[in-house]
Design a protein around this ligand. Structure first.
Ligand SMILES: [Zn+2]
Length: 412
């Protein structure tokens, strides 16, 4: 077991606290937080003097696609649409080896880690072109990177697979056997969306895994399946274990219908993740003026008490050709794209930290509290709002109390 470590002289955001506090953090040799308090005694521990830096919980990027990450230069998406992106990736997928997929994904994991992310939930394609090959690769990546990033793999049934119900069920069984962490898929791609949705719930029930779906990613309120989603969540007793990604069609509804739908989602205990990069890039391309933003009703959902996270989604692939892996950059995009106000930056910080941590089930193992693993972002900044607004030039990222990346500024 390692020597204990004390983070001394930081300003700490304790789990559940509204404000920073001048506290020390003692990390045991097991990499877990042993004590948080003022002026902790040395007791033979190693000391890391922080000189007033912020000690924050590590960021949680709860929706990415590491299997497709960094394929941008290998293909094109001339229409710039979701359909175009899916077709481009489908054509490329059979030629990608597992080793290539892992190497590109590792580069994205490195970038995310350097910016302060400590956990990534990654949706991994299950489709007729590659079956569960991507899942095999991402499960291997999860093990390779375990010392520096907590990765969750979602079995993401997509493209034509969503209309091949018996085959999809078999692929999902294989993916569960391979060790995925959650069940996902795209009901909107299916010729039988409600039957496909039910298949995903049945698979979740059988495997005991949570659900995290791309529930729409279109702006057609006539095709929305939120009511069925809420009904199934209650019927299967999965309150708090179902996440609906995108939920863009909520923005296309009348305010009255949207309010009723939001109430249904809250009562069913469904969490929402908004994905501004993909929504802004892919949605609304057909408009000849005033193109819509494509996001869900982020502020209304939060005001109603529905948990909402924001996340990177695709990084440098046909769905979104850019992306630095900086989740705080995504937080900034969310401020702009979801029309937040100047006083909302602290709320947006929760959308990349406590809210996704809760939604992906990290539970008491995340956050600055006794017993949680010491997965931390230490940043030189005045306030949390400053970190959201502009990031921090100097930062240290720890996993289980060990430094996994560090950026320092030198003035000459
Ligand atoms: Zn996605």
């Amino acid at each position: 077991m390692r020597r204990a470590l004390i983070l001394r002289g930081g300003r700490v955001l304790r789990f559940g606290a509204a404000a920073l506090e001048a506290l020390d953090v003692r990390i045991g040799g097991d990499g877990r937080i042993a004590e948080v308090g003022p002026s902790l005694p040395d007791d033979g521990a190693e000391i890391l003097a922080l000189g007033g830096q912020l000690v924050l919980p590590g960021l949680v990027d709860m929706h990415q696609h590491l299997d497709k990450s960094r394929t941008r230069a290998l293909l094109d998406n001339p229409s710039g649409t979701l359909k175009g992106a899916s077709a481009a990736y489908r054509a490329l997928a059979p030629s990608i080896t597992k080793e290539q997929m892992i190497a590109r994904a590792r580069a994205t994991v490195d970038a995310c880690s350097a910016h302060g992310t400590v956990a990534i939930r990654s949706h991994t394609n299950i489709d007729p072109q590659s079956g569960v090959r991507g899942v095999e690769a991402m499960v291997a990546l999860r093990e390779q990177c375990a010392h520096r990033m907590r990765i969750q793999v979602v079995g993401h049934v997509t493209s034509e697979a969503t209309s091949m119900l018996p085959e999809s069920e078999a692929w999902l069984r294989q993916a569960v056997d391979l060790g995925i962490d959650a069940i996902g898929g795209v009901p909107a791609f299916s010729s039988e969306p409600e039957a496909f949705l039910k298949l995903l719930f049945a698979c979740a029930e059988r495997s005991g895994l949570p659900l995290d779906m791309h529930i729409d990613e279109h702006l057609d309120s006539g095709r929305a399946v939120f009511s069925e989603l809420a009904r199934l969540t209650r019927a299967y007793g999965m309150q708090g274990r179902v996440v609906a990604g995108h939920s863009s069609a909520l923005s296309a509804m009348s305010p009255d219908r949207a309010k009723r739908t939001i109430d249904e989602l809250r009562e069913a205990g469904v969490g929402i993740v908004t994905l501004p990069a993909a929504n802004l890039f892919l949605q609304g391309r057909e408009a000849d003026r005033l193109p819509p933003r494509g996001l869900t009703r982020v502020k209304e959902l939060l005001a109603a008490g529905v948990p909402v996270a924001t996340a990177s989604d695709n990084i440098q692939d046909p769905f979104v050709p850019i992306g630095s892996g900086d989740l705080l950059e995504m937080a900034r995009w969310t401020v702009v794209a979801a029309h937040f106000g100047l006083g909302d930056l602290r709320t947006v910080f929760e959308m990349v930290s406590s809210m996704p941590a809760q939604m992906i089930g990290l539970g008491a193992d995340w956050g600055i509290r006794k017993g949680a693993r010491a997965d931390l972002l230490i940043a030189r900044a005045e306030t949390i709002e400053d970190v959201v607004a502009s990031g921090a030039l100097e930062r240290t990222v720890m996993i289980a109390g060990q430094v996994v990346s560090q950026i320092r500024v030198q003035n000459f």
